[in-house]
Ligand binder design. Structure first.
Ligand code: TPP
Ligand code: SF4
Ligand code: MG
Length: 293
């Protein structure tokens, strides 16, 4: 098992003091350290998009790939398909994953590729200093919407449940034990896992008081029941006031994209064998017919 201290890097951390990204960093380092007892450390690959969240790849001493804004998911999918033994974890921003990269996220969920996506959902473009994102609430005042946005946010977890994601959870950057537990379950899940992490951006959208009054941990919830998951996911719409549940909403065990590719390949080679047999038989029939004339 790798000591968590060995996951530190020499890179200077440039996040604002008090940023929720620190909790995500510490939680995932702790999970990687713990899991390195069963998964070789060289098999972990972390991938990020572009944004404040993305700097996380500079702060963890494992294999990493810093991709483009909105393109962390397809980069991760390529890595996973090239070597399915790798444990691929994506760190994406809400602008990154739910805005410019949304179609990639939906298709990764649809095909159930075995990667984990951790969304640092601060509900703002942090790095570019405060514009609205797909999960900013109606009326959000930012650099691009000084009079307040007139758009209603979407609920990313509702969208991902409909898209076929087989592990769906929500975390919060205040409450590190729960966050660690959720990350660990997500990383160990076989298939596409997503953790929408409510991450406080102290500089451009400090929701600490708002969240802290409303969050609660899911209890007595059947994660294998689609309808219960849907009901819980819809409880808070990322816009209006209601309790905000944290924890795992949904889990389904089914074949992954990589497994289906291998199965399909075998089936195709099986079909080739059948074609060979058919050809051989046709040759025999031709010979018999020729001998009769
Ligand atoms: C293809 C592309 N489009 C847009 C940008 C500009 N850009 C860089 S970071 C960013 C917003 C990041 O917001 P988010 O993904 O929410 O991450 P955060 O900074 O909040 O962690 C944008 C629009 C870019 N670098 N590349
Ligand atoms: S701008 Fe916000 S998200 Fe970015 S480092 Fe600062 S507090 Fe964190
Ligand atoms: Mg953001």
């Amino acid at each position: 098992m790798i000591d968590i201290k060995n996951l530190d890097t020499y890179a200077k951390n440039t996040w604002c003091p008090g940023c929720g990204n620190f909790s995500i960093l510490n939680s995932i380092k702790s999970v990687i350290s713990e899991l390195s007892g069963q998964i070789p450390i060289e098999n972990f690959v972390i991938v990020s998009g572009i944004g404040c969240h993305a700097k996380i790849v500079d702060y963890i001493n494992v294999n990493s790939f810093y991709s483009l804004h909105g393109r962390a998911v397809p980069a991760a999918e390529g890595i996973k398909i090239a070597n399915p033994r790798l444990k691929v974890i994506v760190f994406a921003g809400d602008g990154d994953a739910y805005g410019e990269g949304l179609e990639h996220l939906i298709f990764a969920a649809k095909r159930n590729i075995d990667i984990t996506v951790i969304v640092h959902n601060n509900r703002v473009y942090g790095l570019t200093v405060g514009q609205c994102t797909p999960t900013s609430p109606l009326g959000f005042k930012g650099k691009s919407t000084p009079a307040g946005t007139v758009e209603i946010p979407f609920n990313p977890l509702h969208l991902l449940l409909s898209s076929g994601a087989t592990f769906i959870a929500r975390g919060y950057t205040h409450g590190i034990d729960l966050l660690k537990d959720i990350f660990k379950q997500a990383v160990l899940h076989k298939g596409f896992s997503i953790v929408d992490t409510l991450q406080v951006c102290v500089s451009f959208y400090n929701m600490y008081d708002y969240y802290s009054k409303r969050v609660y941990t899911l209890k007595d919830h059947n994660i294998y029941d689609y309808q219960s998951a849907l009901n819980k996911i819809k409880e808070w719409d990322y816009n209006t006031d209601s309790p905000i549940s944290l924890g795992v909403f949904y889990k389904k065990e089914t074949a992954t994209f990589e497994e289906n590719i291998v199965k399909n390949k075998n089936d195709v080679s099986g079909q080739r064998n059948i074609s060979k047999i058919i050809n051989e038989r046709q040759e025999i029939i031709k010979k018999i017919l020729a001998s009769l004339t």
